[in-house]
Write a protein that binds this ligand. Sequence first.
Ligand code: FE2
Ligand code: FE2
Length: 346
Amino acid sequence: MLVLFLTDELGKIPAIRAMLEPRYHVVPQVLGVGDTQIRSSGVLMVDADLREMVRVEQIRLVLRELSCMTEKLFVVPNHVRSMIAQAYALGATAVVSRPKEIILKLAEIEVAEKAAQTDFAITSREIADGAAAFASMFSDARGGRPINISDAERATSEIIDSIAQNGLSAWLDDVRRYHEGTYQHCLLVTGVAVGFALDIGFSSLDVRRLGMAATLHDIGKARIPLSVLDKPGRLDPAEEEIMRRHPVIGHELLKDISGVSAEILDGVRHHHEYLDGSGYPDALRAPEISDLVRLLTISDIFAALIESRPYSPAISRQDAYRILCGMDGKLERSLVKAFRNVALVE
Ligand SMILES: [Fe+2]
Ligand SMILES: [Fe+2]
């Protein structure tokens, strides 16, 4: 998605680029310098001192040229009241203050735009909220800030509500249509894990516990360089080695945060372990692998197989289930059998 960044200071551009690229395509423009770059899609983001009338006039002129852009995000540091009022008077569709709010808002707009471009999606609101919560968590983790556990709780609750109401298939289809990369993966894994827990009759407390573990399972990927994380195609051995650090990183990021239970930490650290001891990072064997981790691992592998990727065709749910069945010895056979319902029922 394109973000046209309109500012009164050249010096604000590098920070906004560092925050938003490469996820978004940032086009900067300094007020009063050069012609307006006419755009009809994407988001306009304005960061200027709205207490200065000369700035307000310059913005008004630019906005006249950009009347086709429907989303107008104004950055108002510290929620200065007079600037907020001025922003809305200029036609702001949202006013944000902190970097985290910017990321959340852009993620929401992106999902809404994608949903508007294609069919009406019954689950689009839940996906937007879930994706926004993931964006917030990953941004905190990447920026070295503590992860806000209420983001994970919010995403998990939205996903549970959506799947309880509309079923797993609608969730899987819509997430694959509207989201890419790591967020798609996290939304899918949590959906599959919640669908699995509901199908086998877990209590609501246990559904939530597994859902939270799934929501947070790959948070360590926030610290993996994007060149590795988003690499199209296969990773080379050195990159694979870097990628394999994410369970330990995730565990480190969460272990001192209150509200993250031992079961969730176990899920985050051990979702790549196999019953035969061939997994990582601790090469655990069956007796050391909890039920929650076994369920999470099955959900994670299945979700990874059915992901839609720009560089390779998606695998059908039937084929993905067949692959799980072929992993005998690594995954618990009785759970894979129970998972059939989740994997194949429409
Ligand atoms: Fe993982
Ligand atoms: Fe994963």
